[in-house]
Design a protein around this ligand. Structure first.
Ligand code: KG4
Ligand code: ZN
Length: 333
C-alpha cells in the first residue's frame, strides 16, 4: 500500500490529507479562511499567506493523527506547486520540503488543476474509468475544458478568455449583496427565483470551446443599476437564477459538444463550481454519456485530491528535488 500526504495552500484553504493507493481517504483536514477574507469580498493574498503559515502545521498534525499514522508510514509528500497565489504556494512547498528533507522522503510537486481531476478517483466510480475522459474544471480561478487522454496526459480544448466561472459567481454574489463566497450563496438564492425572469447574454463564441463571462457580469450589473434607479425592490432570487442559468447553459452545452466530438467515455465535473446542482443537472441532461462529479466536500480545494494525484505521479516515477520552485502561472496543457 502506498500512503501519500497531500498538502494544499494555493489559495484560501489550508489543507492536508493522507490517501492510500490514490483512492482511499485516511484523513482529510481543511482549514478554510473564508471568515478572514469575507470582509474584503475576495481573497486578500498577503493575509492568505500569513494565515497559511499559522495553520499549516496544526492541519498536517491533525491529518496524521486522524489517519493514525506515524511519519515512517508515509511513502511520499505531495504538495501543490501551482497555479495559485505565489506567497500562499510558498508556504505549502517550503513546509513539504522541510518535512520530506528532514525524513528522507520523496517530494512531489503537483499541478493544482490536475489534482482537481483526481478528486474523481476518490469516488467509487473510479474502477470503471476508461480514457479519454472529458473534464470541465470550473473553479474560482479557472474554467477549462480538457481531454484527459491518460494519467498525466492532457489535451487542452478551451478555457475562459476573461473571468473564471467561480469568479463570476463571486462577483455577482457581491453585486446582489449576498454572503461570501458568492457561488453557494447565488445557488441558494436561485432556488427561489425564476431563471427566465431576465434574459442575460450567453457568450457562445462561435464554435470555440473557450468561455467568456465578463459580458454576463456587466449585464447583471446594468440590470441591478437600472432596477436601483427605478427604485424597485431588488428581485435578488430572480437575478441569481437568471445569472446562474446563463452560466450553466454555456458550460453544459460546450461540455456536451466536446464530449461528442472527442468521443469521451465519460464527462467529469471538478473544481469548486462543480458543487453547483444546476450545473450538474444541466450537464447530465445534455451529455449522452456518464457524468461524474465528486461529493461537494471534494469539489472545493482539499489535500486529498493532491495526495490522489501524487499517487499517480509517484507511480510514474516523478521525484522532485529540493530546488523545486512554486509555479503561480502553471497550466495543465
Ligand atoms: O476549487 P475552488 O475551491 O478554488 C479554486 O481553485 O479557485 O473553487 C472556489 C470557487 C469559488 O469561486 C466559489 O464561489 C465556487 O467555487 N463555488 C460555487 C459553489 N460552491 C463553490 N459556485 C457555484 N455554485 C456552488 N455551489
Ligand atoms: Zn481549486
Amino acid at each position: 500500500m502506498i500512503r501519500i500526504l497531500g498538502i494544499e495552500t494555493s489559495c484560501d484553504e489550508t489543507a492536508a490529507a493522507v490517501v492510500a493507493d490514490g483512492c482511499t481517504i485516511l484523513s482529510n483536514v481543511v482549514a478554510s479562511q473564508i471568515e478572514l477574507h469575507a470582509q474584503y469580498g475576495g481573497v486578500f493574498p498577503e493575509l492568505a499567506s500569513r494565515a497559511h503559515i499559522e495553520t499549516i502545521y496544526p492541519v498536517i498534525q491533525e491529518a496524521m493523527k486522524t489517519a493514525h499514522l506515524g511519519w515512517d508510514d508515509l511513502d511520499a509528500i505531495a504538495v501543490t506547486r501551482g497555479p495559485g497565489l505565489a506567497g500562499s504556494l510558498l508556504v505549502g512547498v517550503n513546509t513539504a520540503k522541510g518535512l520530506a528533507l528532514g525524513r528522507g522522503m520523496p517530494l512531489l510537486g503537483i499541478n493544482h488543476l490536475e489534482a482537481h481531476f483526481y478528486s474523481i478517483w476518490l469516488t467509487e466510480a473510479a474502477d470503471k474509468f476508461k480514457f479519454p475522459l472529458l473534464g470541465l474544471i470550473v473553479s474560482g480561478g479557472h474554467t477549462e475544458l480538457v481531454l484527459m487522454v491518460d494519467h498525466g496526459e492532457y489535451q487542452h480544448l478551451g478555457r475562459t478568455v476573461d473571468d473564471a466561472a467561480g469568479e463570476a459567481f463571486d462577483k455577482v454574489g457581491r453585486l446582489l449583496g449576498l454572503s461570501y463566497p458568492g457561488g453557494p450563496a447565488v445557488q441558494k438564492a436561485a432556488l427561489e427565483g425564476d431563471p427566465a425572469a431576465f434574459r442575460f447574454p450567453r457568450a457562445w463564441l462561435g464554435d470555440s470551446s473557450d468561455f467568456s463571462f465578463s459580458g454576463l457580469k456587466t449585464a447583471v450589473l446594468r440590470q441591478v443599476r437600472k432596477l436601483d434607479e427605478e427604485e424597485q425592490v431588488m428581485p435578488v432570487a430572480d437575478l441569481a437564477a437568471s445569472f446562474q442559468a446563463a452560466v450553466v447553459d454555456v458550460l453544459a452545452a460546450k461540455t456536451a459538444r466536446a464530449a461528442a466530438e472527442f468521443d469521451a467515455t465519460a464527462v467529469v465535473l471538478v473544481g469548486g463550481v462543480s458543487a453547483n446542482l444546476a450545473l450538474r443537472e444541466s450537464v447530465r441532461a445534455q451529455v449522452d454519456r456518464p457524468v461524474h462529479a465528486p461529493p461537494v466536500s471534494l469539489c472545493t480545494d482539499n489535500g486529498a485530491m493532491i495526495a490522489a494525484c501524487g499517487y499517480w505521479r509517484f507511480q510514474a516515477g516523478q521525484r522532485d528535488g529540493w530546488d523545486m520552485d512554486v509555479l503561480p502561472g502553471l497550466e495543465l496543457a
